[in-house]
Design a protein around this ligand. Structure first.
Ligand code: AMP
Length: 113
């Protein structure tokens, strides 16, 4: 989508601190980190939110989680990290291109706010 900031990042039109990419996914550091390690993992395909995903997106959603584990190992946080998806405004979603936050490098509370 031409007016989607994360589509532009995935296409390399907007710079990002990319830590991983392949034909299906891009992962880059969050501009406003909420933990020592805060990386966003996005599918290249534009989906506004997890609510838009269907069975055909199962493979890419699985790839996101496998990439999260691999990136956590690369970043040295495999002992404790969180993968978060905010789905919808009331859950805190502000960018409407499906993304997963990989957070680690600090202690975290539960339940999340
Ligand atoms: P959410 O609130 O779940 O939609 O998360 C959106 C995230 O995108 C926030 O943590 C922002 O800090 C982050 N963000 C927005 N624009 C950029 C950007 N250009 N590069 C990196 N992270 C961004």
């Amino acid at each position: 989508m031409s007016d989607c900031i994360f589509c532009s990042i995935a296409a390399g039109k907007i710079p990002s601190d990319t830590v991983y990419q392949d034909e299906h996914l891009v992962a880059f550091r969050d501009l406003n980190p909420q933990a020592a390690v805060h990386i966003l993992i996005i599918p290249r395909v534009h989906l506004a939110s997890l609510d838009q995903a269907g069975p055909e997106h199962g493979p890419v959603l699985g790839q996101v989680l496998l990439a999260a584990g691999e990136i956590a190992r690369q970043e040295g946080i495999s002992g404790g990290y969180r993968v978060v998806n905010n789905c919808g405004k009331s859950a805190g979603q502000t960018v409407f291109h499906l993304h997963f936050h990989l957070l680690g490098g600090r202690d975290m509370g539960w339940p999340p706010g």
